[in-house]
Design a protein around this ligand. Structure first.
Ligand SMILES: O=P(O)(O)OC[C@H]1O[C@](O)(COP(=O)(O)O)[C@@H](O)[C@@H]1O
Ligand SMILES: [Mg+2]
Ligand SMILES: [Mg+2]
Length: 336
């Protein structure tokens, strides 16, 4: 029997059976908004499509000579991996061709990219490949994206203001995890759902409905090599994690560490370090999207002083400290 369109409390019934395709889910989610015109739905499909192509290239990386450095650096001064550059090209091309996006910012490009779609209603901030240090060693990597409705007039050239609206103005955010399976997880502000790529069908299929972050957990994730740099309260907290025999797990790909902790309960920490006194991770295309997903799943994200989604964005490639995960663990960290 088909599911009722609305729940008993009159809310749109988004609980679709596992096995639902991404397309069908997006259509159902769109139908819950009478004024929705389908552009955001199409934009999510464009991102899904590009991720399928990249997924194939990642799977065959060792065979098609896309491992190793590209020989160029990005604006962060990081050496770009070949797959960083390839993933960047794929996403930009898909977003340009899709027509819904008027501008993009990417970890791999210094400046804002105008797509040639002045009538596009959305802008996208993207980390085309997250966890670049893990590309060549066959460890899980990801893609992170954040979507805003533009504030500049439709038909005009997009501006920085379209990207600096603040984390709570995100229309949607998500990530793709290229791991033992490939999974797309996103939110449009109506909860968090995950779709596993059925490689044989080439379809994303709903596999994780209404994902919820466990209130607490026993996993902590941070780069132990930097501990000496961390502020005292973080060092105190990590000592108590060890004293309580919590489990240290650190993959070194934000997407993979975040996803594990979202499912099992845990906390990911990227505090200030000597090399990155303001934090390493980028606010617009790493911290904001992960914080939106975390909050939508009942988790919490902070920079140690305020909730991440309340941090004031002033630059495109601005960095931020990030602590994200189970609320109980974040609370314990902040009182350490
Ligand atoms: O090697 P470190 O300093 O622990 O940093 C690892 C962190 O940096 C990142 O690799 C940064 O992301 P990029 O790979 O997209 O630059 C995160 O995925 C990860 O959590
Ligand atoms: Mg990243
Ligand atoms: Mg990256």
């Amino acid at each position: 029997m088909p599911l009722p369109a609305t729940t008993q409390s009159g809310q749109p019934n988004l609980a679709l059976p596992v096995g639902t395709t991404l397309d069908r889910f997006i259509l159902r989610e769109q139908s819950a908004f009478p004024f929705a015109t389908g552009e955001l739905s199409q934009l999510l499909r464009d991102i899904a499509l590009a991720s399928k192509i990249i997924n194939l290239e990642i799977n065959r990386a060792g065979l098609i000579d896309v491992t190793g450095a590209a020989g160029t650096d990005n604006i962060q001064g990081e050496s770009q991996q070949k797959l960083d550059v390839i993933a960047n090209i794929r996403f930009i091309r898909a977003l340009k061709n899709g027509g819904e996006v008027c501008a993009i910012i990417s970890e791999e490009d210094d400046e804002m990219i105008l797509t040639g779609n002045p009538n596009g209603k959305y802008v996208v901030a993207i980390d085309p490949l997250d966890g670049s240090s893990n590309i060549d060693v066959n460890v899980s990597i990801g893609t992170i994206f954040s979507i805003y409705r533009r504030v500049s007039p439709i038909g005009s050239e997009a501006t920085m203001a379209d990207f600096l609206q603040g984390g709570r103005k995100q229309a949607a955010a998500g990530y793709v995890l290229y791991g033992s399976s490939t999974i797309l997880v996103f939110t449009t502000g109506q909860g968090v759902n995950g779709f596993t790529l059925d490689q044989s069908l080439g379809e994303y299929i709903l596999s994780h409905t209404n994902m919820r972050q466990p209130h607490t957990g026993s996993i902590f994730s941070c780069n132990d090599g930097n501990v000496a740099d961390y502020p005292d309260y973080v060092q105190t907290y990590l000592t108590s994690c060890r004293q309580h025999r919590m489990t240290g797990r650190y993959i070194g790909s934000l997407v993979a560490d975040f996803h594990r902790n979202l499912i099992k309960g845990g906390i990911y920490l990227y505090p200030p370090t000597r090399q990155s006194p303001g934090g390493k991770l980028r606010l617009l295309y790493e911290c904001f999207p992960m914080a939106f997903i975390a909050e939508q799943a009942g988790g919490r994200a902070t920079d140690g002083r305020q909730l991440t989604l309340d941090v004031d964005p002033t630059e495109l490639h601005q960095r931020s400290v990030l602590f994200v995960g189970s609320p109980d663990l974040i609370d314990k960290l902040l009182i350490s």
